[in-house]
Design a protein around this ligand. Structure first.
Ligand SMILES: *Cc1c(COP(=O)(O)O)cnc(C)c1O
Length: 233
């Protein structure tokens, strides 16, 4: 079985090929390695192979790993749903938060971010599939939320993020990614911000996301293997 270093090379090659195929060059998107459920040792292995940005979904698991890996200059991204009682840890232990979908959470992150840290980079999660059970702001609610978040002092609104419905076919996935890119394009002039991050694409669909403009793919199983705790997504 290939190891983490080989998997990172293979995923890097997929990202480059996807970029070439759609005319976006060799490095269309950054690679975020999603290390949820995997031990600190796996992160260390990926770091040794050159990976620097890692994504986590569960606050306590993440903080334990961040503490265990203090000696490494890792850029940590929180990509899971965030409850208001956990915002202080996330505000101060991470560089990025990807799934902000409520003003209250953004306000707490801004208030709780230590003054000596640079602004927290934030993406707003948009519910592009329209599933009632899905987190994410509705496309209709996005402009007001984006304007309010952009005004918060300790955050930088970096862009948008989405997680399309599970089981969607390639055409539907592509239309969801296309929609997120369009929402970003229409927000740009309204806010006067670059919003240069489109956080979309995972192990199974990163090529489709890159073809629609993804600048950051969040990849777990293609790097670390199938997660040992199925059902955790
Ligand atoms: C788990 C997870 C990923 C990675 O999924 P894979 O299919 O393992 O690549 C990406 N984004 C989010 C938000 C996740 O929770």
């Amino acid at each position: 079985m290939p190891g983490i270093a080989e998997n990172l090379i293979a995923v890097g090659a997929r990202i480059s090929a996807a970029g070439r195929n759609c005319g976006r060059g060799e490095t269309p998107a950054r690679l975020l390695a999603v290390s949820k459920t995997w031990p600190a040792g796996s992160v260390r292995e990926a770091f040794a192979a050159g990976q620097r940005a890692f994504g986590e979904n569960y606050v306590q698991e993440a903080v334990d790993k961040i503490d265990a890996l203090r000696d490494l200059p890792i850029e940590w991204h929180f990509i899971g749903p965030l409850q208001s009682n956990k915002t202080r840890l996330v505000a101060n232990r991470f560089a990025w938060v990807h799934a902000v979908d409520r003003l209250k959470i953004a306000q707490r992150l801004s208030e709780q971010r230590d003054a000596h840290l640079p602004p927290l980079q934030v993406c707003l999660q948009v519910n592009v599939s329209g599933e009632a059970s899905k987190s994410g702001v509705t496309p209709a609610g996005l402009p007001a939320l984006a304007a309010a978040v952009a005004a918060l002092p300790r955050l930088t609104l970096a862009g948008l993020m989405c997680i399309p419905e599970a089981g969607a076919d390639a055409a539907l996935l592509r239309s969801r990614f296309h929609q997120l890119a369009g929402l970003r394009d229409s927000l740009r002039p309204a806010l006067g911000l670059a919003l240069d991050t489109l956080s979309m694409g995972m192990s199974d669909d990163l090529e489709l996301a890159i073809a629609e403009g993804s600048t950051l793919v969040r990849v777990g199983s293609a790097i670390f293997g199938a997660r040992a705790r199925p059902g955790l997504s």
